[in-house]
Design a protein around this ligand. Sequence first.
Ligand code: CA
Ligand code: CA
Ligand code: CA
Length: 688
Amino acid sequence: MAKFRGVAVWIALLTLIGTSVAPASAATAPSQFSATAKAAGLIVKYHSGVLPLAPNGEPTAANTAGVALKFDSLLDTDTYVLNFASQLSAADAQAVADRMAQDPRVAAVELNTVIYSESFSPQTASTAIKGASAVTALTVKDSWSASTPMAASASLSWKAPTYLYGAKLTGYQVDYSIDGFATTKTLLVGTKTSATLSSLTAGVKYSFRAHAITKVGSASKLGTASTAKTLTLTSAPAAPVISSGTYVSAAAPTVTWLPQSVIDQGGLSVSYTVTATPTSGAQVSCTTISSSCTLVGLVAGATYVVDVVATNTRGSTHGSSQFIPADESFSKQWYLNSTYGVNAPSAWAVTLGSNDVVVAVLDGGITNHPQLAGRLIPGYDFVSDVTSANDGDGPDPDASDPGNWTYDRNNNLIPSDWHGTHVAGIIAAAADKVGTIGIAPNVRIQSVRVLGSTGGTRADLIRGINWAAGLSVPGYPMNPTPAKVLNLSLGTDGTSMCDNIPTQSRLYSTAQALAAAKAAGVTTITAAGNSGSDARYSYPGNCYPTINVGATGISGDRAYYSNITEPNAQNVGVDISAPGGDDKDAVGAPAGTGGQIYSLLNTGTTVPGDPTYGSMEGTSMATPVVAGIVALLYSIKPTISFDEVWTVLSSTVSKFKPGGQCATSTTQECGVGIVNAGAAVAYLKTHP
Ligand SMILES: [Ca+2]
Ligand SMILES: [Ca+2]
Ligand SMILES: [Ca+2]
């Protein structure tokens, strides 16, 4: 072991370039708000070896920018985050950046942009006039229509109030509520005494009431409400979500779907008919009122496509080939379901992942988060440098993230980033209607800690790879729950660190460890690096065998930081791309994401605080997207090999944005395409 200390090489965490890591706010959104991006300062990359003029920043007098720039943090070698002393307008900030770019010491400058939000409340009017007497004779009817069988609606009618108290009748307000008007939605109606409320939810008991609105001069007043009426509306049932997968065979003839709530059932009794269709031959079917059905008479060896039809007196609805999750932040996770996302809902119609599959996250550790509760299984902490480890000792069985905060050489705090937690959430956040959802929300996550506050060593990483794959590491206990998928969202510059020497032990070299993991049935996914340059110089993504992942933004082209394959870089370039987020490519991105990847975080600045959510970008984020998809493949076929995984992924990619850098490259510099979860899962189902 002493031998390896001599060759220990520090590897840096993949830098999250230009990110604004924005933990989600627990506060309710204001009724109206406007958000604008402003620059807090500059990210300045100096030519190699050149330093800022002053140790704590750039003084006004001497620098080319012409304003004082305060040191914030060291982002990467030669790359500094420098803040403006005061808030500048966008135009002034850009002018400062442009002047700084003229400085002969400077290689590159970009604005460090943060989002500031301003909120204000709408004005409320007050009046002194007396409101009209009560609206009377309110009647409410279910106005369901066969032309829109999935929609519930109600039609209301009433009589005008008797007394207007000298005011003019200007219209009516209809209130409707599902909790006895504790919370109330309203609809403003003209002066006619009827209204139709559509976009209501079937199976829900609503309360309705109506008021007249009167006006004197500029003042208006809501009159006394009518007596409330209640009604439960109906519609055709929602599409059943097939949870057992959309394929069956004689060996596994039972079809299950998620139990439907009263709302899903359209407020009515529902029966379900399952039909299984083979490539050739006879269909087989069964009918039930429960949420599973076993097909009798399937031909052995044949694969059948399943359809489930839900029927009530309002109509019939086919089962969904997509599982659209109810997790509250799913709409922020554009990378799962947008045009150049990974088509996860189609994969989820087949599987949400198996609890038998373990994904090891070789990173800086993982903090507790409710989204991983019950599925974060014991791992191991291999960080041997006690100072970097930040947990008071060398290797130990506690692979949680104690925080990787550190201080730069000017004693400024560099906060903990909770990188491993963010990565773990991309793979496996729970499908529980809360927060985010992972690509493989039912698999288990194992933290294998190989990075501390100042990075990690190659020797620790090699031990971690062997241990995670269930291989023996002298001096350490065996992994009782070996992983089938290894996620390595880490890297550093290095061309010749793989050391593929066949005669040596796997404990000597990264390439031997990766080969041993592959031989054990394990697939390793690596980040191609964030240097915006040739991926062959980024270790360990340039080792073999791994699937090396580049990053795309929401528009389906290369993220600005993502490394690429240069021509002839066989086996050491970018194999495939996945969404990793790109804050410079944020048009159309959901609010609050800035075009980045939204996942799990922690509020702690140094040690762990409370679980939260937020955005990051990098090939670090693209890698777990692929790892999650590979975990789904292992869930379907536990014996799948590394080579089979690659065949499935590379046969099912989506195309890059037409006309973009990735699409027009003649050397596949972004790999074979954007990984597609739905297509990959379907391919494996039809090529078992
Ligand atoms: Ca330790
Ligand atoms: Ca530890
Ligand atoms: Ca969730």
